[in-house]
Design a protein. Sequence first.
Length: 72
Amino acid sequence: IETGLGAYEAIRKPRTTRVQNVARENAALFHRSNPLYQLGTYGPMWLAGKYLPSIVHGRHDWLYGHDVTGPA
């Protein structure tokens, strides 16, 4: 069991570490309290989402496009 869990951790840890790092970045990005920072962040994000949605949606293809039934 120990060998199997070690192999599982070796496969999963890089991806889960990246998920946690991106979540922290998103928390800082999407929860700004200063109205000027909000305007400077959310305005360009809105424009990008409206006119260049593939860029906005493509940021997380590595996460949401992952086939969990396929090989690691």
